[in-house]
Design a protein around this ligand. Structure first.
Ligand SMILES: Cc1cc2nc3c(=O)[nH]c(=O)nc-3n(C[C@H](O)[C@H](O)[C@H](O)COP(=O)(O)O)c2cc1C
Length: 187
């Protein structure tokens, strides 16, 4: 399976790092990573990770301005793209088909080729513009999966919340996950 991972400058880049780690452990998955300049800022602001170390988690890495990269073309076959976290700016760019950088172009290609595009949009609260843009993309077939906290699995802290979100994403692509099945409230 070939997946494009786009990281943009929304809060929550640690979720993307966890996803990349999990994907790296799955031999059958080949990852193609794009990190925007905005994401480089949030990586610096929110984490202790070096961007270089995050890049090493992927099989292929592209500069966000590398418009002639393989993933800019629909002829390069991929199984989907995950934008995690996804800013409201990038969301708006995709909705408008405004392919200003490689990440936006790759998302545009996914939509035109009917490939599975999953967005992890992060903002709080969402404005009507944000919600309208998400609805537009959902209508185009994109999967909108904001990093919502869960409680039914009684997670122990932030790491467990992050793992749960990553597991939910992996399940969308039929990849191995560690989700616990809810069996109702019968004890
Ligand atoms: C520390 C930090 C946190 C941010 N968090 C968010 C956020 O949660 N959601 C969002 O849409 N933008 C957020 N932004 C603003 C975006 O990074 C900014 O709009 C940027 O231009 C997005 O560009 P990109 O989509 O190409 O990464 C944040 C910026 C910084 C510096």
């Amino acid at each position: 399976m070939r997946l494009i991972i786009g990281m943009t400058g929304a809060s929550g880049v640690v979720i993307a790092v966890e996803l990349l780690k999990r994907l790296k452990a799955i031999e059958s998955v080949e990852t193609h990573l794009i990190i925007t300049e905005g994401a480089e800022l949030t990586i610096r602001d929110e984490t202790d990770f070096d961007v270089f170390d995050i890049r090493r988690l992927a099989d292929f890495v592209y500069d966000v301005n590398e418009m002639d990269a393989s993933i800019a073309s629909g002829s390069f076959l991929v199984d989907g793209m995950i934008i995690i976290p996804c800013t409201m700016k990038t969301l708006a760019g995709i909705v408008c088909g405004y392919c200003e950088n490689l990440l936006l172009r790759a998302a545009d290609v996914c939509i035109k080729e009917n490939r599975k595009l999953l967005l992890v949009p992060r903002e709080m609260p969402f404005s009507r513009i944000h919600l309208r843009n998400m609805k537009e993309l959902a209508d185009c077939g994109a999967i909108i999966m904001p990093p919502v906290m869960t409680f039914y699995n009684t997670p122990k802290g932030m790491d467990a919340q992050i793992s749960h979100i990553v597991d939910k994403i992996l399940r969308i692509y039929n990849l191995p996950d560690e989700l616990v099945e809810w069996k109702g409230d019968r004890k």
